[in-house]
Design a protein around this ligand. Sequence first.
Ligand code: HEC
Length: 141
Amino acid sequence: MKLLHTMLIAAALSISACDYSPKSSLGFRLPDGNAEKGQQIFAQYQCASCHVIPGRDDLKIDSEPKMSVVIGGMTTQVKTYGQLVTSVINPSHRISRYYRSEEYSDDGVSKMRNYNDVMTVSELIDLVTFLQSQYEEMPNY
Ligand code: HEC
């Protein structure tokens, strides 16, 4: 019993230690953005040359798209804000299993373009607000 007690305390400690580790994203929060401006930024950076948003044919780029990685639409797993920010500024951090083939990544490195030296933080904030608004949670039956 005593051993179990000690184990429970150790488990509780390790969970809280994890939350407060220096590399934790706890406390990370960007200011609220503007989805309309974000849509313009999506167009400006030609994200649609590799991405499709279901139901948003208005955002398509005329030329042949390089790839058709889906963003948004109906899903059981709406992306969190943190996942979306990470997808834009650190796309190789976690590549969804659908995109681990050679078509989309090279040895675990995403073929997504890197925008970190060109996109402003304000643009990133608006862009992510726009992206988030494009996901719709599928109702559970
Ligand atoms: C050269 C092609 C290319 C361009 C341009 C591109 N991406 Fe991507 N993007 C990818 C690929 C490939 C993936 C899938 C692999 C990964 O997660 O990195 C991806 C993944 C993503 C994801 C995660 C999708 C998911 O369900 O896991 C988001 C969000 C995203 N991109 C946003 C953007 C935005 C916003 C832009 C424009 C600023 C952009 N991308 C431009 C290729 C591209």
